[in-house]
Design a protein around this ligand. Structure first.
Ligand code: SAH
Length: 230
């Protein structure tokens, strides 16, 4: 709660003032709960992170608490709150903390910020340098310190910081990159969308003592996971 208030005082967040009202926040959380986001730790994280601070276009700030993805430039979007909640809840599996997390696709940093409330440390990789720089600045201004940033190709992961308890993808590869599975700790879990531009499903891959166990979840629509860095 203290963090929300601190953020609401910052210059960037002032443009979104009014959306930090108790009523807006309550409606936002009630809707998430109605959609099945019920883990107290996840709801707590949503309470702490003001989504309007992650929407760069002032004309769209009034939509920040709607359950829709919103453009963040460079043909990318800030993820839909329900999907952020669902993936975070899948990563958490009833525990209260996430441990060491690798996120592929920083984007605006919204999912990164939600994860940072639950993780010991978040390692986040983004292929678009300009997006990474603004996310870093935004999250730094919010006083969130347990994040390390990397401009690079997420297909390669970040082996130097692994293994990870959780790997979360925020863009869709056609199949789960094996290099990422290799960076999962034993009993670690990867969560992300997998498929083509038009047909994707959320997939969970758990690392067990005999290999990997894959579970397919609901249909989703994410931007594609691309290769080169820009
Ligand atoms: N969770 C982010 C979602 C951003 S959209 C948010 O809420 O803002 C997905 C992001 O994945 C985009 O920023 C895109 O540039 C990034 N991405 C796509 N392919 C990637 C790759 N190979 N490595 C790193 N990031 C990638």
């Amino acid at each position: 709660m203290a963090r929300w208030r601190a953020v609401a005082m910052s210059r960037e967040a002032l443009s979104g003032i009014g959306f930090t009202s108790d009523r807006t926040r309550k409606r936002f959380l009630d809707r998430l709960m109605g959609q099945g986001i019920i883990e107290p730790a996840v709801l707590d994280a949503f309470k702490q992170i003001p989504r309007h601070s992650f929407v760069p276009d002032p004309a769209l700030i009034s939509r920040a608490y709607d359950d829709i993805p919103l453009p963040i430039g460079h043909h990318q979007t800030v993820s839909q709150p329900y999907i952020v909640g669902l993936m975070t809840q899948m990563a958490l599996r009833g525990a209260s903390r996430l441990g060491r997390v690798l996120e592929i696709g920083t984007g605006s940093g919204y999912q990164t910020a939600v994860l940072s409330c639950l993780a010991d440390k978040v390692y986040t990789i983004e292929r678009i340098g300009a997006l990474l720089d603004s996310a870093k600045e935004r999250l730094g201004a919010m006083g969130i310190l347990n994040i390390e940033y990397h401009h690079g190709d997420g297909y390669l992961g970040w082996p130097g910081r692994g293994p990870y308890d959780v790997i979360l993808l925020t863009s869709a590869p056609s199949q789960i990159p094996f290099s990422l599975l290799q960076q999962l700790a034993l009993k670690g879990r990867l969560v992300g969308p997998v498929g083509t531009k038009h047909q994707q499903r959320l997939v969970i891959a758990d690392r067990t003592s005999d290999g990997f166990k894959e579970t397919r979840g609901e249909a989703v629509h994410f931007v594609p996971m691309l290769r080169e860095t820009v």
